[in-house]
Design a protein around this ligand. Structure first.
Ligand SMILES: *Cc1c(COP(=O)(O)O)cnc(C)c1O
Length: 422
């Protein structure tokens, strides 16, 4: 079934003047969606990068049902509950050393807003005039005002530009140009007013699945430490196995001062986010003076049902060979993209863990690239959900994806590109 004009729903990142009907999804299992009229669609983007193990993992569903019957929601200021305590304890144990405090929120964007506010609050409470935020060119950190400010400027935020604050922009560390990035970072940090550098570790997602080396990330950590600028790692997309390790920071052996997590936190089942911080940052907010507390909350902070889903997700990570599955999927992915390396239709074929990306050769890399919409439609027609970023096609599937399913995805991409681009 396809919903058309009569619907009152206003969809995200959707030009309703161009996208007139959308499939109505009734159910999902594993890596597959099913429409209300029974059509099956392979979810090759993990439902916008959130699904890790697959849709409807029985242990997560059971935990949600159990928790919903016990405690659905409670104010989290002045109260706590077991699911949140468990999730916080487990997060501290599984993330890089030194991140000992966990602040809950509801989405990737809010986890980054919280991180930026923690950084500013930290320096204010310390009495140091550091308010400047640095971010990478082409970054994406969310769609709220603060996170748009940290992200790349473009057509998607032009209208809101008057509200965005100024951010120091560090060039993207493309292969061969890493030193320019590090030199620019060092020069900017030397001014002494930098509160924090925010980065997406190893791969810039919405900015075009742009990848850079672990060695560069390690150097960025060294420079930020040297100049006492906090490092915020936005692992909203990369967290929970996507890059082949539990967290992308592990590839570089670094620990940030603040870590943002969201998408895979509940296995993709419910919205929940966490911002982890060091004791130094937490302690700077601890005082008998109420004016020094961390001023942030949302109504559903640490919702018990979402926390129970996250706790069940952690049990799956503990009891099932998830990292092996991730390695298997990465292996399948590398075999699939190896075949694209000599394909004249594609350029910049690249991979990080379970994620692959490649650009349409010759096409201009703009988000509004004419190919993106027809390509998406051509893939959907063939039963595969893909969402090219301008002229960049990427495949980011759930970890339960099998060999045949993945081969089908690449066959569909090949056919769709032929249909749309020739
Ligand atoms: C998706 C994403 C966000 C925003 O998360 P939402 O849950 O959509 O608000 C922030 N940072 C990165 C790196 C992301 O990929």
């Amino acid at each position: 079934m396809t919903r058309t004009q009569s619907s009152p729903v206003w969809h995200p990142f959707t030009q309703h003047g161009l996208e007139r009907g959308m499939p109505e999804i009734a159910r999902a299992a594993g890596a597959w969606l099913e429409t209300s009229d029974g059509r099956r669609i392979f979810d090759a983007v993990s439902s916008w990068w959130v699904i890790t193990h697959g849709h409807g993992h029985p242990k997560i569903i059971a935990a949600i049902q159990r928790q919903a019957a016990e405690l659905d929601q409670v104010i989290f200021a002045g109260f706590t509950h077991e699911p949140a305590e468990t999730v916080a304890r487990r997060l501290v144990a599984m993330t890089p050393l030194g991140l000992d405090h966990v602040f809950f929120s509801d989405s990737g964007s809010t986890s980054v807003e919280v991180a930026l506010k923690m950084a500013l609050g930290f320096w204010r409470n310390r009495g140091e005039a550091r308010t400047r935020i640095l971010a990478l060119e082409n970054a994406y950190h969310g769609d709220t005002i603060g996170t748009m400010s940290a992200g790349a400027r473009g057509v998607f935020n032009a209208a809101y530009e008057p509200l965005l604050f100024d951010v120091g922009r560090i060039p993207f560390p493309a292969a061969g140009r890493e030193q320019q990035t590090l030199d620019a970072l060092e020069a900017t940090c030397r001014k002494g007013d930098v509160a924090a550098l925010i980065v997406e570790p190893l791969i810039l997602g919405a900015g075009g699945m742009l990848m850079y080396s672990a060695a560069t990330l390690k150097e960025m950590r060294r420079i930020s430490t040297k100049h006492r600028a906090l490092l915020i790692a936005d692992e909203v997309m990369t967290g929970f196995g996507r890059t082949g390790r539990m967290f992308a920071c592990e590839h570089a052996g670094i620990a940030p001062d603040i870590l943002c997590l969201a998408k895979g936190l509940t296995g993709g089942s419910l919205p929940l986010a966490a911002t982890l911080a060091t004791s130094e940052i937490f302690d700077a907010h601890v005082s008998t003076d109420r004016a020094r507390m961390f001023f942030h909350s949302s109504s559903y902070t640490a919702n018990p049902i979402a926390c129970a889903a996250a706790a069940a997700n952690f049990e799956i990570w503990k009891n099932e060979p998830v990292l092996e599955r991730v390695a298997d999927l990465a292996g399948l992915q590398s075999r699939c993209v190896a075949e694209l390396a000599d394909d004249k239709r594609f350029a910049n074929v690249r991979q990080l863990g379970t994620i692959t990306a490649f650009d349409l050769a010759g096409a201009t890399a703009s988000y509004l690239s004419d190919a993106a919409l027809p390509l998406r439609a051509a893939c959907l027609k063939r039963g595969v959900l893909l969402r090219p970023l301008g002229s960049t096609i990427y495949v980011l599937p759930p970890y339960c994806t099998g060999t045949e399913e993945l081969s089908k995805v690449y066959a569909v991409i090949s056919d769709a590109v032929d249909e749309v681009c020739t």
